[in-house]
Design a protein around this ligand. Structure first.
Ligand SMILES: O=P(O)(O)OC[C@H]1O[C@H](O)[C@H](O)[C@@H](O)[C@@H]1O
Length: 648
């Protein structure tokens, strides 16, 4: 009953006083009512990729097939938005932004977060049409299915329940008839116990010394999220105090330089190593784990592993085979995707060791707060839903393929990289959940840097080159006080002046009339003109405490989920990362075979000419390093087969 009420509410945009040509809005409503023929609709999808469907529009039967496969892209709601782009493209943000009522109707607040969508290229009609599309896409039903633990990750037959990782103890979520919240809390309790013992000096290293340093080995989702949160928390005053005397390092890349950097200056006697891998099969992580185990045992002996190495994984069998006692492992579940795992032991264990478990509880509470908001708020007030819908509007309907995440906050320096994985690995897909080709491009290219650094780098392009929707993130209270021992060390106000100014520079621009009034020479006017009308969203947080970091994380996770639901793609699998791994495995086998032969080698077959020549150039360089004395070149052919065997 409650669900139905929410769904009904969600279909109405309440920015009723917008100054945006209401008659146009009425026209759109009339259109929405009209039946749209699939064959006509096909031609109108627009700003979309139809190259792979060149014949699909030529016959009504194939169009109807397409319409059956992808109802959302042929729905009247979709067509209404397509049609509406013309109206929006004729409006300039310079004019829209003077309307205070419009601004008020496009600002949303939730529990301290202030989000201003008024610099998006939208009108009241746009927002209403997007809400209509959300209804058509059955967004509420899909969100409910996720929260209910249904197997919405259909290609891996898994539930998607990272939201359960931050639920209070007394909540219930069932996966295959079993409440998973007690399991979540049993791991959290184990983390609390272990991290307290390490921090209090009860859990000692093999030589009886306290473990003050932690090296977290992991890559992708087992690295980027924890690194982002660590970077965000390390200058928060209470966190800084709690981390005094402790060091947390991350080791992700298989590049030996990264290993050297992670271990530089560490003493094995005081170092705890956490191997973090959902699968416990990831090549880079396992190789780095073996390297660091050697670094430990060379100094402390084999038995030191029990005191100095722990694991986070869903695969406890492989943890044991690696030589880590499963008692010293912290589990999670296949219903947590790697890139959504920072609120599992993947993030909570290393961060609790650094900052104490209580701070991580605050972080989890922040994430849970946004999950509840996402689950319960009507769509017109639902910040992650609105962010997701506006992403669809910008990318699919207005053809803007990128998003810049621009935190005006150095502590969020690693947030863009984390969100890059969350977004691009989740919704960078070519087919719908049913495996049908998408007649539009899903996913956006995410990038970003903290302001003001980015301003001195790539902002030229976003001001005068391509249109890149920007997401500015600022905080009211800096983590760092302006004065340190009486000296001015930074100026948060100066930083935030740029946060406010950049969004307006993008939106409003600067025209030739203004430039002439400033006596700018005529030949420079084209160079100095800013077309403006470039969209952005501004997000203001009160501070960057662990709670706020949790809110920020869940805001973006749920926004990306919304995009997946709207585009009808599976935002929780990642088949696109597999092929490169398989091909690397072939090269690895060849390299390994080469290394086991103490001869100079060159390959003659098994790869295309380009790859073969590059590999041979590399081998030649390596051979000269390894075997400086001239030797016969030993040719090698690789078998053209699925396997990775090499023939010599
Ligand atoms: O945690 P792991 O199993 O080691 O996986 C680490 C990473 O591996 C792959 O590249 C996936 O694309 C990522 O989503 C994942 O986070």
């Amino acid at each position: 009953m409650q669900q139905a009420a929410i769904a009904l509410q969600s279909s109405s945009w309440h920015g009723a006083h917008l100054h945006t040509r209401p008659q146009a809005g009425r026209r759109q409503h009339a259109r929405r009512g009209a039946a749209v023929q699939p064959q006509a609709a096909f031609a109108q999808i627009g700003h979309t990729d139809t190259s792979h469907m060149s014949s699909a529009g030529s016959s009504s039967s194939s169009s109807q097939r397409e319409a059956k496969r992808l109802p959302i892209a042929y729905s009247p709601e979709w067509m209404a938005l397509r049609e509406h782009t013309k109206e929006v493209e004729s409006l300039h943000l310079r004019d829209l932004l003077v309307d205070e009522e419009r601004t008020d109707s496009l600002v949303r607040e939730h529990n301290g977060l202030y989000v201003d969508f008024s610099r998006q290229n939208v009108t009241e009609t746009t927002m209403q049409l997007l809400l209509n599309l959300a209804e058509r896409a059955k967004l509420r039903t899909k969100m409910n299915a996720m929260f209910a633990g249904e197997h919405i990750n259909n290609t891996e037959d898994r539930a998607v329940l990272h939201t359960a990782l931050r639920m209070p103890r007394d909540e219930e979520v069932y996966v295959e008839g079993e409440n998973v919240v007690p399991d979540v809390w049993s791991v959290l309790d184990k983390i609390k116990d272990f991290s307290d013992r390490v921090r209090d000096g009860e859990w000692l290293g093999a030589t009886g010394k306290p473990l003050t340093d932690v090296v977290a080995i992991g890559i992708g989702g087992s690295y980027l999220g924890p690194l982002f949160v660590h970077t965000a928390m390390q200058f928060d005053e209470p966190c800084k105090e709690l981390a005094r005397g402790r060091r947390l390092r991350f080791l992700a890349n298989v590049d030996p330089v990264d290993v050297a950097k992670a271990l530089n200056g560490l003493n094995p006697e005081t170092t705890l190593v956490i191997v973090i891998s959902k699968t416990f099969t990831t090549t880079e992580t396992m190789l780095n784990a073996r390297t660091v185990r050697t670094w430990l045992t060379a100094e402390l002996g084999q038995e030191a592993v029990a005191k100095h190495m722990v694991a986070v994984s869903t695969n406890l069998k492989l943890v044991r085979e690696f030589g880590i006692d499963p008692e010293n492992a912290f589990g999670f579940w296949d219903w947590v995707g790697g890139r959504y795992s920072v609120t599992s032991a993947v993030g909570i264990l290393p961060l609790a060791l650094q900052y104490g478990f209580e701070k991580m509880e605050e972080f989890l509470q922040g994430a849970h707060d946004i999950d509840c908001h996402y689950r319960d708020a009507p769509f017109q007030d639902n910040i992650p839903v609105l962010m997701g819908l506006l992403s669809i509007w910008n990318s699919t309907f207005l053809g803007r393929s990128s998003v810049a995440v621009l935190p005006y906050c150095q502590a969020l320096a690693k947030f863009p990289s984390h969100i890059q994985q969350v977004a691009m690995e989740s919704v960078g897909k070519q087919v719908s959940v049913d495996g049908e080709p998408l007649p539009f491009k899903a996913g956006e290219i995410y990038f970003g840097e903290p302001g003001t650094n980015g301003q001195h780098s790539f902002y030229q392009l976003i001001h005068q080159g391509r249109v890149v929707p920007c997401e500015f993130i600022g905080v009211v209270k800096s983590q760092q006080s302006v004065y340190l021992k009486g000296e001015l060390v930074s100026n948060h106000d100066e930083l935030m002046c740029n946060f406010f100014a950049q969004a307006d520079a993008l939106a409003i621009g600067k025209d030739s009339v203004t430039l002439r009034a400033e006596n700018v020479p005529e030949y420079l006017i084209p160079h100095k003109t800013f077309s403006g009308n470039r969209p952005s969203t501004s997000l203001l947080l009160p501070s960057l405490s662990p709670y706020r970091v949790g809110q920020l994380l869940a805001l973006y996770e749920n926004r990306v989920a919304t995009q997946g639901f709207m585009w009808n793609v599976n935002a929780f699998d990642q088949w696109g990362v597999e092929l490169g791994k398989v091909l690397a495995s072939r090269v690895r086998t060849m390299m390994h075979t080469a290394r086991t032969r103490s001869r100079r080698i060159t390959i003659t077959d098994g790869f295309n000419p380009s790859t073969r020549k590059m590999i041979n150039r590399y081998l030649d360089g390596k051979n000269q390093m390894l075997y400086p004395e001239p030797q016969d070149i030993f040719p090698c052919d690789l078998i053209h087969s699925e396997g990775c065997e090499a023939r010599w």
